[in-house]
Ligand binder design. Sequence first.
Ligand SMILES: [Ca+2]
Length: 327
Amino acid sequence: MSKNAPGRRRAGTQHATAKPTEPPREWTGWKWIVILLLLGAVVGFGATKVAPKVQEWFARAEPAPEPEPPLGPQPRSDGQAPAGMVWIPGGTYTMGTRDPNPHFADAPEHEVEVGGFWLDETEVSNAQFAEFVKATGYVTIAEQKPTLESIRAGLPPGAPDPDPAILVPGSLVFTPPPGPVPNHHSFWWKWVPGADWKHPEGPESDIKDRMDHPVVHVAWGDATAYAKWAGKRLPTEAEWEFAARGGLTGKKYAWGDEEPAEGGKWRCNIFQGEFPYKNSLADGYLRTAPVKAFPHNGYGLYGVSGNVWEWCSDWYTPDYYKISPRP
Ligand SMILES: [Ca+2]
């Protein structure tokens, strides 16, 4: 998330972290929230696309509203960065990729302008999310029993109702199959009753040794609630991608054009080995990694590639890049 921004403000969460003696500050905050869902493997390197796909999968998340128009540039009231946040200067950049890989929904490339803003330097950690829950009593969507009505709302017309016995709190957990499977996510994501942010792999698991890891099993509505509590907001996808690029232009990854393990050292936490059944752990992490486990990008942001998927404020459709507004 971020705080004051000389830039433009979009979804609104302003406020709050200013000291009483200081002039009011805008917290355009956003947190890039991270949010994450899934543990594990992770997707992607490309500084590009992560968030949208998550939305596709988390049908139970509430729909995203249109982001508010950004604010015009504003001067910072002081030179101090809000705790745990970095200043992203904003500017015009080429969003998306020319990569023909049909896996990516971030084509075609197009020019986008974003204003400056503050952004959390890391994904939201379990420790940070725990503070939020302690302060508010918030219960995440994964911890709530789904209603038949909510399930029906996400099903195509004529689809049969699910067995009421499976309408229990839970979430999707990356569950490696015993061997090779067709390339479809249904072979490695498993519905696990009792899986939630405090129990990432199910009821028998916990996060005691993962408080500095990003929180997972957080739906869009949960991420939005956290951001609001923190006096911030989710970034738009355009803002997020601008930030993830770290000031580089036309590079394949957040760190440049080198491959993720070029030179013998991994630059992010992703899956190595034979996906999805045999993880070689070459980067040292089977599931999530601490939020600062790998080097930061040019803006000082950690974890913009790999580790977990992160939420943005925007709606997602596979062809959004073809129709999104131009500056
Ligand atoms: Ca890994």
